[in-house]
Structure formats: C-alpha cells, structure tokens
Design a protein around this ligand. Structure first.
Ligand code: PMP
Length: 450
C-alpha cells in the first residue's frame, strides 16, 4: 500500500476537516501508517516530526507505551457504559484527581466528548444557573476579538475568527465582542503587562454597560491559539476575575488548548492566581488519544440545579459517549505521567531550547515577531516589517512553509502567516534544532519576492 494509492481512495469518499478539498488536486494528502514519539510515518516510509501535536492534543508522544497499556487494560474490562444512572471507576478517579489539580473551588465535573461540547456545556450551564436563580434577563455572553471556542453554532457565536464564523453569521446568537489584549498589537516599547492593563478598559466598560444581561465572559487564558497564537499577560486574567465578581458575571476559562502544561503551568489560570467559574478541558486531557472533555464548576453553581425533579431545574444535557471509560483511562495515565515525570519542570528546559533555536528569526526582514508562552512558540511572517503590513491572505505564504516542511520531514501547519511550534513534550533538542532549520528555510522560501 502506497501513499498515492491510499490518497486516491481517500479522496473518493472522505471530506476532510478545515480543508478546501480542491487543494488536494495539487497538495499531497498524507496517509499515516504509524506513530512513535514525536514521529509520524507515512505509507511510503517517510517520517515527519509532529510539531503541532496533531492539532494540539498529543502530550507524551504517539503510541506512548504507558498510555497504550492503560487503554489496552481498560479495553478488556469495560469499553463503554452510559453515564446517566450508571458510573464507572475511571470516571470517578479521574474527576477526583482533576478536582485536586485544577484551581481551588472547581469541585464539580461534567463530562462531554469534545472541546466544542465542553464550551456549549459551560455556556448553557451559566445561562441556566442565572435562570434558576430568577435572573432570566441574563442571556448574553462577552467574548474577545480574535477568540476561538469551537465550531458548533454556539461556540462559533462566542468566537471571533472570521474565516470560520462569517459564513454562518445569520445563524448565530449575537455576542458582545470586546477588543482583545493581544500583545502583538501593543505600541513600540510598551510592555505586555502595560498593554494588557490598558486593553482591560474595554472589558470594564462592556461589563459596566451590560452586566444585567450578561451570563458570562468567555476567554482563552494567555494564548488565543486558533487566532494565530496571539498572547497576552496574566494580569488581564486577574483584572477580569475581579471585574466578573464585581459585576456578578461568570468567568468561563476555555483551557481546551492551553491546559495541561502548554503555557508552562499545568493550567494557564495558575499564572494569574485565579479560579474561573467554569473551566473547559479537552485535547491534552487524554494525552491526545481519545475524544473526551470536561467542564468543571463550583459547588455553588451545582447547587442551583439541585432540587426536586418537579421543579425542572436539572441540567439535562447529554452526549452518548459522555465520560467514555477508554478516554478516562488514557487521561488517568496522562495524569500519572505528569505526577511521576516532573513534566512541568522538564518543559522549562525544552521551552528554553525552542526559544533559543529561533532567536535569529527576530532579525529576519519578513518576521514581525517571535513570541512564546511556555511550550507554545509562534513566528509571525510579515510583508513589511516597519509598517507592519501583513501579506495579503490570498498569497497563502504559510502554505508554502507547510509544503516545504512536509518535504523536509516535519508537520508544521501554519495559521495564516504564523508558523508555530506546539510539539509533544517528549521532543528532544536535536529535533527542535531540526524544526528550527526547516522553519527558517521555509520562511526564506515563502517570503521571497516573486
Ligand atoms: N476551544 C479552544 C480554545 C480550542 O482551541 C478548540 C479546538 N481547537 C476548541 C475549543 C474546540 O475543541 P474541539 O475541536 O474538540 O471541538
């Protein structure tokens, strides 16, 4: 079986996510035969470093022996059971541990099976909490420009990436959208903290004007990942927590992409010393193995739903694969690795190596910025550095980097003109150097004037 034979079969029947399928008339589709550590191997035997952790899910490498063993053992015991009226030990153990590991006060865990659904749960729960408390005028959500929370209709509505959202606008509820503290947009010489503090004025105003109608503010703590890996200072989260309390509005932290060590701490909220009212987790939760997600919240919120059945205050949301035991087993094995391997500490060294490997790009005439938060590193290509004029999106410069990287044995999948590394934590220094070289060559090629 070869790549091209499989590609032909694939393109007859599959419709791929986030893809203009016509691109595959010229762009190779890569069928993967196996994975090991940071490596993916295709059917022609070519290997690729998975620099983006397969859409930010993988933490400890592909086919990790410890997670494999846990999933295999669970498979022989119980593959799945519904979670209404029934329970199972992996779900109980996992949520007990997460209550301990997440910021203080998050004591109730509601399962779903993908990130968007976890966000939907948080939005519905927040709205429903206020309704159960007699505050039925609260129906709206505040979000930041350039944010991303998933692709179902409600999560698109509270997101702000035009590429995914614009087409569906007529179908979406109207969110209140406040300028992001995105530090790429700070003035020259301004610090991340100063910019983030300054931008908070917009949020303060939106809350002051709308709090009576607002259920919650939703935010991706520290890094707006799908929004081109734009970053901001933890101070913004501190100010936001305080303001949400003052105005009687919930705070939803979407840690689906940034959770589980990506930003340098187990959860990004830790860097601001805050605890949200809802925290959404998925992706790294299972070490990148299986679809599983969780929405954590306070006991206070849980209690607003807890009453006699006839009062009709219960949260009746459900998904068939809620709390799947195989996913829970993978998640437990993932937490076990965090506990035994000093991962956050080791990642500090890895993050430093990533930063050092690309510092030379800061001087590149077509690189506007190299930015980093923990294990997320982004390089922003730009047409004109002085005036900060971006390349026209139609030129698809990032795609040129993608093609070059594939040729050279790396899966780098830029977001627009932003090339980023968000690798499995098991990446080694030599592989980081290789990625840096490939990215540098790719940027050279992609920014050549033609
Ligand atoms: N929130 C954030 C911050 C995300 O990055 C993503 C996925 N990229 C989601 C929500 C949606 O998760 P899923 O793709 O599992 O629906």
């Amino acid at each position: 079986m070869s790549n091209s034979a499989l590609m032909q079969r694939d393109l007859k029947v599959l419709w791929h996510p986030c893809t203009q399928m016509k691109d595959h008339e010229t762009l190779p589709l890569i069928p993967i035969r196996r994975g090991e550590g940071v490596w993916l191997e295709d059917f022609d035997g070519k290997r690729y470093i998975d620099a983006i952790s397969s859409w930010w899910v993988n933490l400890f490498g592909h086919a990790n022996p410890r997670i494999n063993a846990a999933v295999k053992a669970q498979l022989d015991t119980l593959e799945h059971v519904l979670l209404a009226g029934f329970s199972h030990e992996p779900a109980i153990r996992l949520t007990e541990q997460l209550v301990q590991l997440t910021p203080a006060g998050l004591e109730r865990c509601f399962f779903a099976d993908n990130g968007s659904s976890a966000v939907e749960v948080a939005l519905k729960m927040s709205f429903h909490y206020w309704r159960n408390r007699g505050r039925s005028k609260k129906t709206r959500f505040i979000t930041l420009t350039n944010s991303y929370h998933g692709e179902t209709l409600a999560t698109l509505a509270v997101g702000d990436v035009a590429l995914y959202k614009e087409t569906y606008e007529p179908l979406l509820m109207k969110a209140i959208t406040v300028p992001s503290p995105d530090c790429f947009l700070r003035e020259e010489g301004e610090s991340w903290a100063d910019h983030s503090r300054k931008m908070f004025a917009h949020m303060e105003r939106a809350l002051a004007e709308n709090a009576d109608e607002v259920c919650a503010v939703i935010v991706e703590p520290l890094v707006q990942c799908a929004g081109n890996m734009r970053m901001f200072h933890p101070l913004y989260l501190e100010l936001l927590r305080d303001a949400c309390d003052r105005y009687g509005v919930h705070l939803i932290a979407d840690e689906i992409a940034v959770g589980f060590g990506r930003t340098g701490t187990l959860f990004a909220c830790e860097q601001a010393g805050i605890s949200p009212d809802f925290m959404c987790l998925s992706k790294g939760l299972t070490g990148g193995y299986l679809p599983l997600s969780l929405t954590l919240t306070h006991e206070l919120i849980y209690q607003a739903f807890y009453d006699d059945y006839e009062k009709l205050t219960a949260f009746l949301h459900s998904h068939s694969y809620t709390g799947n035991p195989l996913g829970c087993a993978a998640a437990l094995a993932t937490l076990e690795i965090f506990a035994s391997d000093n991962v956050i500490e080791r990642n500090r060294t890895t993050a430093r190596q990533m930063g050092e490997a690309v510092t030379h790009l800061e001087q590149h005439p077509h690189v506007a910025e190299v930015r980093q938060t923990g294990m997320i590193l982004a390089i922003e290509m730009i047409q004109d550095k002085a005036s900060r004029t971006p390349y026209p999106w139609q030129e698809r410069r990032g795609l040129r980097v993608y093609r070059h990287a594939l040729e050279k044995g790396a899966l780098l999948r830029p977001l627009g003109n932003v090339i980023y590394f968000m690798p499995p934590y098991v990446i080694e220094e030599e592989q980081i150097r290789q990625l840096a070289l490939i990215a540098t060559e790719g940027i050279e090629l992609a920014t050549r004037t033609d």
